[in-house]
Design a protein around this ligand. Structure first.
Ligand code: SF4
Length: 239
């Protein structure tokens, strides 16, 4: 496997490695994928579905965190290199220095057909990360996250994602008025293409909100995604 040993000795703080499974959300929904869920997030969204990556009030963060060398993640991937790889979190770009050698080695050794990075869009990606990924799934948070605007919207970072030419914009929506908030952000930052995804961690909520939103999303000319893993397995971890 090509890539200098010193690069692959770097460690990442990981919450979970899992798959093969399906990518449950966004433009690649239903595709065969493996997931690297990185540990840590600097945000505190009220409805976060992966609080085990950051919320010490509800989780034993010591138990949730493993430091894994890039070389060991590459070995895990090389066991079954079919399908795409999703790097998620938490906020994966908090660790983008350590991510760079992983992404570069995956590319050099063809260990994934495509690489998606799921991010809140609050940290600008480095040139090396931009070069290596297939696409960014950027999910700017709306007011219902409970975050202050200055926490959830970082204009300079959003502009870097737009400039990368590799961003798709996935908005987590709870109710109809949220769509106006999405529209304002789309216009202000020239975000395209747009995907709307219902917030929910049980299949009933996800389906109800999909039906509530579908026609209105169509009217605005946007895309709609469900949460396939929730519809299939409810909120089971590592699925
Ligand atoms: S940005 Fe993502 S991982 Fe972080 S708190 Fe919000 S939903 Fe959770």
């Amino acid at each position: 496997m090509s890539t200098a040993r010193s690069d692959t000795a770097v460690t990442l703080a990981v919450n979970e490695l899992f798959g093969p499974t399906f990518q449950g959300e966004g433009p690649s929904q239903g595709r065969l994928a493996r997931f690297v869920r990185l540990f840590g997030c600097h945000l505190t969204c009220g409805w976060c579905d992966t609080p085990q990556t950051w919320d010490r009030r509800r989780h034993d963060l010591t138990a949730e965190q493993r430091h894994i060398a890039v070389a060991d993640i590459l070995d895990w991937l090389s066991d079954a290199p079919d399908g795409m790889l999703v790097i998620t979190g938490g906020e994966p770009l908090l660790q983008q220095r350590a991510l760079e050698p992983l992404l570069i080695a995956i590319r050099q050794n063809s260990l994934a057909s495509e690489i998606e990075v799921e991010t809140s869009g609050t940290i600008a990606p480095s040139p090396a990360v931009v070069e290596a990924v297939t696409r960014f799934i950027v999910s700017p948070k709306l007011a219902h996250s409970g975050l202050l605007e200055r926490q959830r919207l970082r204009p300079a970072a959003l502009r870097q994602f737009v400039l990368s030419g590799k961003a798709i914009w996935k908005f987590v929506v709870q109710s109809v008025p949220d769509l106006d908030e999405v529209e304002n952000l789309v216009v202000q930052y020239r975000l395209d293409p747009v995907w709307v995804m219902p917030e929910g961690t049980d299949s009933t909520t996800v389906l109800d909100r999909l039906r509530l939103l579908a026609d209105l999303v169509l009217e605005r000319g946007w895309n709609l995604t469900s949460r396939l893993h929730i519809l299939l397995w409810e909120n089971a971890r590592a699925r």
